[in-house]
Design a binder for this molecule. Structure first.
Ligand code: SF4
Length: 408
């Protein structure tokens, strides 16, 4: 899109069939929360996330049972005709698992290594090297993902000492942020020294505060051309998690920083894991960076429309669109750019409906019980009676067929 921010220049990195970085669109990714050792449940959840729009899915590989299950998860996804790339998340024992189960490495499209959780003291370098060598052997990219909750303590201690010697020492928070960036960059340089090509590395440096996250990524972007994986770690639940993630990522994306995003929401008990995918898509779509599904513009409602009728209609249209999108994507290219307006009364209803591709202005309290529909800015029909919702849905379907179908 012409009005999109200029992207920070990064090197494209292939992750299975998906490319992250360069001029490629910002990629949406997510992570499962099933026990990876349960191959069936994990494959089912990966499939749900992929169908919801996650273009890369990460699974934890935390035990021998999990490592053994990875090839089966891949096979199950292939059998479902889903080529979504799988990323293995390794901590503490990754070097052992990848050495003992090479078929696990082969089934993964990318390895995620956290330099803070690779090992301590003299063992650290050898264990890190073993993981990088596995990536080289299978020609897999690596995300070097540092996290302030598991920052390399030896590096942090060293940088704190160095800082203390300075004539004007930085605040501990600033040193911690610098240590995160240093950990990511030094680990990437080390991986390249071991032999991993430059274009097989993605970096992330996650923290749970909005302002520190913005500072860390701005600095990281200024200092390297590796693609950056953005995410606010431990974002939290519900509105808090969504708002904090959106605030942090929007600022960075607007500055052209970020090549792939993951929203780390804590689901409500029994909640839907795919919510993190919808939120990631909504962020990118709201910012005009990508289009995933038609946008529903709805007014908030006020005293002029005291019934819940229009809220139901807006909700029904929204869920209908989400449900239909996998099929529409196949048959109606471009439909994801469409806007549908559902408005509560005549104050802004006709105006907003005219700006949308298709829109309806419902009758407010005391208004005549009729609902004009606008298509491409022109009033095409006035709906009335008991079945306004069904009639409008049918108009939306006909509009899509006409405008985005083969005939269109
Ligand atoms: S369009 Fe009408 S009902 Fe909706 S917020 Fe505006 S005045 Fe209220």
């Amino acid at each position: 899109m012409s009005s999109s921010p200029v992207r920070h220049r990064t090197v494209p990195v292939r992750v299975g069939p998906v490319t992250v970085g360069g001029d490629h669109p910002v990629v949406v990714q997510s992570m499962t929360n099933t026990d990876t050792a349960d191959a069936l449940r994990t494959a089912v959840q990966v499939a749900e996330l992929a169908r919801a729009g996650s273009e890369i899915v990460r699974i934890t590989v935390n035990s021998e049972d999990a490592a053994r299950a990875v090839p089966e998860i891949r096979e199950r996804l292939d059998a479902m005709d889903l080529d979504v790339p799988l990323v293995g998340d390794f901590h503490f024992n990754g070097h052992k698992l990848l050495t003992k189960y090479p078929e696990c490495a082969e089934a993964l499209a990318k390895l995620r290594i956290n330099p803070g959780n690779v090992g301590r003291g003299s063992k650290r370098d050898a264990q890190y090297q073993a993981m990088i060598e596995t990536a080289i052997r299978f020609d897999r990219p690596v995300r070097i993902g540092v996290n302030w909750g598991s920052l390399d303590q030896e590096l942090l201690a060293r940088m704190m000492d160095e800082n203390a010697q300075q004539p004007e020492p930085l605040e501990p928070q600033a040193v911690m942020e610098q240590a995160l960036i240093t950990s990511a960059l030094e680990s990437a340089a080390e991986a390249e020294r071991i032999g991993l090509p430059h274009d097989r590395i993605i970096l992330s440096a996650k923290v749970s505060g909005v302002q520190p996250l913005i500072r860390v990524y701005q600095d990281l972007a200024a200092r390297c051309d590796y693609p950056l994986h953005l995410g606010l770690t431990e974002a939290g639940m519900g509105a808090r998690g969504i708002v904090a993630s959106t605030a942090a990522l929007s600022v960075l994306l607007q500055q052209g920083i970020g090549d792939t995003i993951r929203i780390s929401l804590t689901p409500e008990p029994g909640g839907d894991r795919t919510q993190e995918v919808s939120v990631a898509q909504e962020i990118l779509q709201s910012m005009g960076l990508r289009s995933f599904l038609p946008s529903v513009v709805a007014c908030p409602g006020c005293g002029r429309t005291s019934s819940e009728y229009f809220q139901h209609l807006a909700q029904d249209i929204q869920s209908y669109i989400r449900q239909q999108m996998p099929t529409w994507k196949q048959h109606y290219p471009g439909v994801e750019e469409m806007t549908v307006a559902v408005m509560g009364c005549v104050v802004n209803g006709p105006g907003e409906s005219k700006h949308a591709d298709i829109g309806i202005s419902l009758p407010g309290t005391g208004e005549q019980p009729v609902a004009p529909v606008y298509e491409d800015g022109e009033k095409t029909v006035t709906l009335k009676g008991e079945h306004i919702a069904e009639d409008f849905q049918a108009r939306v379907e006909a509009y899509i067929e006409r405008r985005y179908g083969q005939a269109g």
